[in-house]
Design a protein around this ligand. Structure first.
Ligand code: PHE
Ligand code: ZN
Length: 890
């Protein structure tokens, strides 16, 4: 157990800093044993600070060599040094502070601060990593002009990079060289970056709409130079899109991206020098799946968009994290929608939100989009901050309309350029630009939890009226027991026998803005409200929460026939998909109940309506393939678990598998036809149409494989051997790996060996190989994963590998992870204990599955809790893990 309780930091304790740092001049002398850093800081007392205010600097995990004020070295009695702070009790109102520190980057496995990834040096400073480089006011409201000089061995580190523009370079003694970078834009320390290595670059240019030419450069290891084209194309598309949609131009002469293998997150928006996890930048058809291509496009855009939403206008403190992340995720989602299929993008995002963010918000780590307190900020890079934060911005856009929203964003960027601001400032700009009162709306930022809408619809045939009654509530969360009503935009339509009906809402002149498209937005502001639609000539089925207009759970008592009508007749793509999900949930629900009663499902028939709905989707060639592929996806086990009060691991798995088998057999002919009809000999392309085609084809292959006959096995094997792209190869491999017949097992063993043999030198491909095996639902999963921990293709120090093997197993293979014996939990806790010492951020993230103990049966609860308790008594428990574990046990 920790001998002290780490202290929580509170939003309400925010105080402006006592000192500003106008200029930051850094000198790095890079060497394997130790890297020496000299920082010269031009400090100035904040006019609002007390005259004698001490200077308190953050710093950790480094050796302090010397500290000097205006050139005079201080004696040890002139300052106080602790594990986390350097205090100078007496300093002038304005002065130069020189600080020399010594770092050991090769031993830094936390991947925060300065560290080595293979042969390359790189930094990661968000959120509080700069304090591992030098003593500093490491907080985002302290913005400074940075100059960085890097001195290193020339042959091993020919490429030396930092933020801004290259202003000088020269040769040194003993085979060394140096470069100097200057960033003209003031920035907080979390946006600082440095890279040194033997790197190759893909170069290109972009001409901004005002005619400036910007150099674009993606740095990678030589072997990856053939995997940069997609990222480069994505970057140029993102730059053009931000000019067109937000009026935002790039501001430096050069924009650089560097790919590194060892990285805790997806990527980092350092000013002018984005650092990327290789998984979010490298892509080529032979090694990368469609999902991988889309992720690269989205992350490249996301980091680029941060140049305005995050860098030019940054956060005052870390409680405002969603100011940059929620807004930027919203921006990248709209970008991806414009580049590909908007409905597919929306459905994928909503799936993620409803499955994982809703679960987070219902669990012990639930927090508002603007949290009020944290122990370790790294734990708050969450689905709530990112995805729910983006949904809140989306609601604003929908409430204000595109034009006023754009006016609001223009005002925000203009008013706050160069400042570190708050979520309130953002909302204020939206209010000022639109004239709307967003007071109640702001509760989305301060209240945690997922609101629940209970909706009731009554049709009065005589009066031709349809009445919707909507009540809202929100369950208690750790931050608050009771909630005030939210301001919720509820987009609705009415669907008749033949399709959407025209809307006339009582009490509003035209119905609403978009009435002609049969859609309107009801604004909910009270616990209960009633809306009456007039002139409704037939009994409608309401289409609710169109486009997922708010991040809520909505309950409406649809019959299965209602859902079938929405699936085939609704004009809203999201609602059509959602109806297919609700039907799937209901049908699987029947099977879960049955399994609960009898412990088996052997001969149990599945609701024929679902079979015929799927048959219709497969038979109708006029439908959009992307839509069909989405609607054929059954709700995942994770989503079904989120919906359940108590997760019945075995029943959910058995029921879903049973339904898959039933669909495989009942629609055998359709799957075969769709499979062959969507095989194409065209060269691989990553556009929406081709992606939908492959998605549909591989869905069909998945069902064919369930037949476990020679023909289908042969189909999988042939696709595995002959496909020219990783999407198809991996889909076939997954089928083989999850097969249960003796023939499938033999084929799987051979395929896995061949795959590793071919791709062992491509870490990202090996990760997919780890992940397919970790996700295999056949019995014996834990033993397989334990064996893979010892495989040379695994490395616990690499976060991508940890996520691929341990993460996939514990988050996506419930039937094997949630063993009744608790062995899966013990395994995970053992890994967390190892990771806690190596990489606390990753250790804390991996803890998530155990924190959900309250969702399971009493025996499992005991087993999960006892593993959490075992972690909690670890000596040297990091703040990161301590926060997650202690909050989930309280
Ligand atoms: N700011 C990064 C992003 O979302 C995420 C990140 C956070 C990366 C912390 C590294 C460390 O774009
Ligand atoms: Zn971001």
């Amino acid at each position: 157990m920790k001998d002290f309780q780490p202290r929580a930091i509170l939003l309400r304790d925010y105080r402006a800093p006592d000192y500003w740092i106008d200029k930051t001049d850094l000198h790095f002398s890079l060497a394997e044993e130790a890297t020496d850093v000299t920082a010269e800081l031009m400090l100035r007392r904040n006019a609002e600070a007390a005259a004698g205010a001490p200077l308190v600097l953050h710093g950790q995990d480094m050796e302090l060599i010397e500290v000097a004020v205006d050139g005079r070295p201080l004696a040890p009695r002139e300052y106080q040094l602790t594990d986390e702070l350097l205090t100078l009790p007496q300093v002038p109102a304005q002065f130069k502070l020189t600080c020399k520190t010594r770092l050991k980057p090769a031993q830094n496995t936390s991947l925060e601060g300065l560290y080595k990834s293979h042969s390359m040096y790189c930094t990661q400073c968000e959120a509080e990593g700069f304090r591992k480089i030098t003593y500093y006011l490491d907080r985002p409201d302290v913005m400074s002009e940075f100059t960085t000089t890097i001195d290193a061995d020339r042959s091993r580190y020919p490429v030396l990079l930092s933020n801004g523009n290259l202003v000088d370079r020269g040769e040194g003694d003993g085979g060394r060289h140096w470069v100097r970078w200057h960033d003209p834009f003031k920035k907080p320390a979390y946006l600082f970056a440095l890279v040194a290595g033997d790197l190759c670059a893909l170069d290109d240019t972009f001409t901004t709409r005002s005619g400036r030419e910007v150099t674009l450069r993606i740095f990678v290891e030589a072997k990856d130079l053939d995997k940069c084209d997609h990222a480069m194309a994505s970057l140029k598309n993102a730059m053009a899109w931000d000019e067109k949609v937000y009026g935002r131009e790039y501001d430096l002469d050069i924009f650089m991206i560097v790919a590194v293998d060892d990285f805790n997150m997806g990527a980092m928006e350092n000013k002018g020098l984005n650092i990327f996890n290789t998984s979010c930048v490298l892509a080529k058809p032979e090694t990368t799946t469609d999902a991988g291509f889309q992720r690269v496009e989205a992350v490249v855009a996301h980091e680029y968009f941060h140049n305005w939403s995050g860098n030019r206008v940054t956060c005052r403190d870390w409680f405002q994290l969603s100011l940059k992340e929620g807004f930027t995720v919203f921006r990248d989602a709209e970008f991806s929608a414009d580049m590909g299929s908007p409905t597919v993008k929306r459905v994928e995002d909503v799936s993620l939100l409803r499955t994982l963010q809703f679960a987070e918000d219902a669990g012990p780590m639930s927090h508002p989009v603007q949290p009020a307190s944290f122990i370790e900020i790294s734990n708050f890079y969450t689905l709530t901050i990112y995805e729910k934060g983006a949904e809140v911005v989306r609601m604003l856009r929908n409430l204000l309309g595109a034009a006023q929203f754009r006016r609001g964003s223009d005002l925000y960027f203009e008013r706050h350029d160069g400042q570190a601001v708050t979520i309130d400032d953002f909302v204020k700009a939206m209010e000022d630009a639109s004239g709307r009162d967003l007071g109640q709306f702001k509760r989305w930022y301060s209240q945690a939890g997922t609101p629940v809408l209970e909706v009731d619809g009554v049709y009065d045939a005589g009066r031709e009226e349809f009445t919707l009654t909507v009540s809202q509530s929100c369950p208690p969360t750790p931050d608050s027991e009771t909630k005030l009503a939210f301001h919720i935009p509820l987009a609705v339509g009415l669907v008749g026998e033949a399709g959407p009906l025209a809307l006339r809402l009582r009490g509003s002149d035209s119905g609403t803005g978009e009435a002609d498209q049969g859609s309107c937005v009801l604004e909910l502001t009270k616990p209960q409200q009633t809306f009456v639609f007039e002139g409704v000539a037939e009994k409608p089925v309401p289409s609710l929460l169109r486009g997922f207009s708010a991040p809520v759970k909505l309950h409406y008592d649809y019959s299965r026939d209602d859902l079938m009508r929405l699936m085939s007749r609704d004009s809203d793509g999201f609602c059509r998909w959602d109806a297919s999900q609700q039907l799937g949930v209901a049908v699987i629900g029947d099977l879960i109940d049955r399994y609960g009663k009898t412990g088996e499902l052997h001969r149990e028939p599945a609701d024929p309506r679902l079979l015929s709905a799927h048959r219709e989707l497969l038979d109708d060639d006029s439908l959009d393939r992307a839509m069909v592929a989405l609607m054929l996806r059954l709700p995942t086990e994770a989503y079904l678990s989120e919906l359940a009060d108590t997760v019945d691991v075995e029943a959910i798995h058995a029921a879903r598998q049973h339904l898959r088998k039933a669909l495989a057999l009942a629609l055998a002919e359709q799957w075969e036809r769709v499979y062959h009809g969507n095989c194409s000999d065209e060269a691989y392309r990553a556009d929406a149409g081709a992606i939908a085609r492959r998605s549909l084809k591989n869905t069909a292959l998945g069902y064919l494989a369930l037949r476990e006959d020679d023909n289908s096995l042969e189909l999988c094997r042939t696709q595995f051997e002959q496909a020219d792209n990783m999407t198809d190869v991996l889909a076939a491999l997954a089928c083989l790996v999850n097969g249960t017949s003796a023939a499938a097992t033999a084929a799987s063993t051979a395929a896995l060996a061949a795959f590793y043999q071919r791709w062992q030198h491509e870490p990202l491909v090996v990760n997919q190989w780890l992940s397919v095996q970790a996700g295999c639902v056949a019995p014996g999963g834990l033993a397989r994963v334990k064996a893979l921990l010892q495989h040379p293709g695994f490395d616990i120090k690499n976060p991508n590998k940890v996520r691929a093997l341990i993460g996939t197993f514990c988050n996506q293979n419930a039937i094997n992870f949630h063993l009744k014996s608790g062995a899966g939990y013990r395994f995970l806790a053992d890994q967390i204990i190892v990771l806690n010492r190596l990489n606390p951020q990753i250790a804390a993230r991996m803890t998530t599955p155990l924190t959900k103990w309250q969702k399971y049966d009493p025996q499992r609860q005991i087993l999960m809790k006892s593993e959490l308790e075992r972690i909690l008594i670890e000596p040297d428990l990091s703040k990161d893990v301590y926060e997650v574990v202690s909050k989930s046990l309280r």
